[in-house]
Design a protein around this ligand. Structure first.
Ligand SMILES: [Mg+2]
Length: 224
């Protein structure tokens, strides 16, 4: 069965999400230090980064958790506000796609139905897409908001296929996560492609993706 559609993951597959989080987080730390927080910058970043892994990268109160952890006081509002403002300011400029993403999407759109399936909530997903100028690149965008279920459950993929009247073997799923992209998609009978540049480590699994790519431009080699 030929591939008709490509389901792309967003963060760490199309958007360099970790870079964006790293730059924004470092800016927040600099600002909090300027406002009186006493901590070594590198140590602070390590702690904050671990908190992201512990509580999720979409956690809205991560700086509060960070302040609680490093100073025992999550209610130091002067420091907190400095961190939040610096984070927001840096975020605008830090968000970017991996090189050549838009070019690859333009090429693929001539032949395939391009779909975005992300675990980010709808507003965040659309803000990120719009920030990098990708808001018109997909025929459909499916976010956490529609089903309330994460991709690891397989539900967002099933929902997208049902909506678009696609069969599993007509879809290629491209993503950087074994647990959220490759494993659920493979279980559903979809074709899978692991984006190994996404920087997620320790992704051991018995399941093997159909393809692996080291840069986004390699997708075209698989398909064309
Ligand atoms: Mg991802």
């Amino acid at each position: 069965m030929p591939i008709k559609s490509i389901f792309f993951d967003m963060d760490n597959t199309l958007i360099d999400f970790f870079k964006f989080k790293e730059v924004s987080s470092k800016a927040a730390i600099v600002a909090m230090k300027k406002s009186g927080l006493k901590i070594d910058s590198k140590k602070a970043f390590r702690i904050l980064w671990n908190l992201y892994f512990e509580h999720g990268f979409e956690n809205r109160e991560i700086l509060q958790k960070f302040l609680e952890k490093v100073s025992g006081d999550q209610n130091n509002y002067k420091i907190l506000a400095a961190g939040i403002m610096a984070y927001r300011k840096a975020r605008m400029n830090a968000i970017c796609t991996y090189p050549k993403v838009k070019c690859v999407l333009r090429q693929l759109a001539k032949k395939y139905l391009l779909v975005l399936v992300t675990d980010a909530p709808a507003v965040k997903a659309w803000i990120r897409l719009t920030s990098v100028g990708m808001q018109n690149k997909f025929s459909s965008v499916f976010t956490l908001t529609e089903t309330g279920k994460r991709k690891s459950s397989g539900v967002p993929f099933t929902n997208a296929m049902k909506t678009l009247k696609l069969k599993p073997n007509e879809v290629l799923v491209v993503g950087d996560s074994m647990s959220h992209d490759i494993i659920p998609a493979k279980r559903l009978g979809m074709k899978t492609c692991l984006a190994t540049y996404g920087r997620l480590k320790n992704q051991k699994s018995d399941i093997t993706p159909d393809y692996r790519i080291r840069k986004i431009t390699d997708v075209t080699k698989i398909l064309m």
